[in-house]
Design a binder for this molecule. Structure first.
Ligand SMILES: NC(=O)c1ccc[n+]([C@@H]2O[C@H](COP(=O)([O-])OP(=O)(O)OC[C@H]3O[C@@H](n4cnc5c(N)ncnc54)[C@H](OP(=O)(O)O)[C@@H]3O)[C@@H](O)[C@H]2O)c1
Length: 297
């Protein structure tokens, strides 16, 4: 089948709480970079046409001023772009957002208080035009020095009980954070930085999530060590060789590798480029052999 005809269904599905989602999703952080909002709208609509039904976002995905620190012109929020592109939202679409860090210039990377978390949830509801949020991840700030997620996760659990949130997740966490949260309320997903050659300390988190039926959702699966700066030229010869053998790009290969780390692993590749979007969705159809996986490490 030509790559352009492959849909997100090729990557298979996973049950997230009470919702079944395609494992191949979409990350919206990069959408705000391009000042031409029509491109972002086009990418989002195409993602849904290609069968993507889980989209990751955050109220602080904004340019200029957000985590990417790029862009010019009027402020463009990913949540606004999602609403502009997709409202009325198709049945079955799961939008996962995250709250936790402050992105004000003066207080960047401070942990939000429980009251501030509530305001952030309300801001997401307003911008997305929803009466509840499908998934909210508590994104912790490891450098803040605070090691317990209990108080803030309990604050989100209260919002879940009040019907503002359907399911809860965590982001940037260790296994002991997951233990703390699961003692308070169900956790449907963990979103951590993770790639073939980056953040492999999280192998442990990925494994434990699988054992507990929690989705593991890697970010920077393509960008790896490039992190916010994005994907650079591929330096790993094994990645280049296996990609060549499968007739795919090294970016697709990296994405395919993450999907092979377990049936509970979901992909949220980020792009503002329609062609990259189609390539990423097509990566869900790549089937790596045990030999390929051994070679990639
Ligand atoms: N929980 C958290 O703390 C956290 C942190 C960061 C990100 N996230 C979420 O995770 C998502 C994924 O992270 P990410 O977007 O930073 O990194 P990523 O998906 O690993 O990689 C994105 C980078 O790769 C490029 N790219 C994507 N597809 C490509 C392709 N097929 N060929 C060539 N280049 C390609 C993108 O540039 P182009 O735009 O040019 O394609 C961008 O530079 C984000 O969008 C966001 O929703 C969560």
């Amino acid at each position: 089948m030509p790559a352009s005809e492959i849909t997100a269904a090729a990557a298979g599905s996973w049950t997230l709480g009470d919702r079944t989602v395609r494992r191949m999703g979409f990350g919206s952080m990069r959408l705000t970079v391009n000042p031409d909002r029509d491109v972002a709208v086009r990418v989002l609509r195409r993602a849904v046409e290609l069968g993507v039904n889980q989209i990751d976002t955050a109220g602080f995905y904004v340019s200029p001023g957000g985590p990417l620190g790029v862009g010019a012109g009027p402020r463009r929020y990913a949540t606004d772009l999602i609403r502009a592109a997709l409202e009325p939202y198709p049945d079955g679409l799961v939008i996962a957002t995250k709250v936790g860090p402050s992105f004000d210039d003066a207080t960047r990377h401070r942990e939000l208080t429980p009251a501030e978390l509530r305001r952030e949830v309300e801001e997401n509801l307003r911008r997305l035009g929803r009466d509840h949020l499908d998934v909210v991840n508590l994104r912790i700030v490891r450098r803040s020095g605070r090691d317990s997620v209990a108080e803030r996760f309990a604050a989100l659990a209260a919002l879940r009980d009040a019907g503002l949130i359907r399911h809860l997740g965590l982001s940037n966490v260790r296994v002991d954070h997951l233990d703390q949260a699961q003692a308070i309320a169900p956790v449907v997903c963990v979103q951590n930085a993770y790639s073939l050659d980056g953040h492999r300390w999280a192998d442990d988190v990925l494994r434990v999530c699988g054992e507990r039926g929690v989705a593991f959702v890697p970010y920077f699966a393509i960008a790896g060590a490039g992190r916010e700066a994005g994907a650079g030229a591929e330096r790993d010869e094994a990645v280049r060789a296996v990609a060549r053998a499968h007739g795919v790009t090294t970016h697709q290969l990296r994405l395919a590798w993450t999907l092979h780390q377990g049936p509970h692993v979901l992909a949220i590749p980020g792009t503002g480029d329609p062609e990259h979007l189609a390539q990423n969705v097509a990566a869900g159809a790549v089937r790596l052999s045990p030999d390929d996986l051994a070679r990639l490490g």
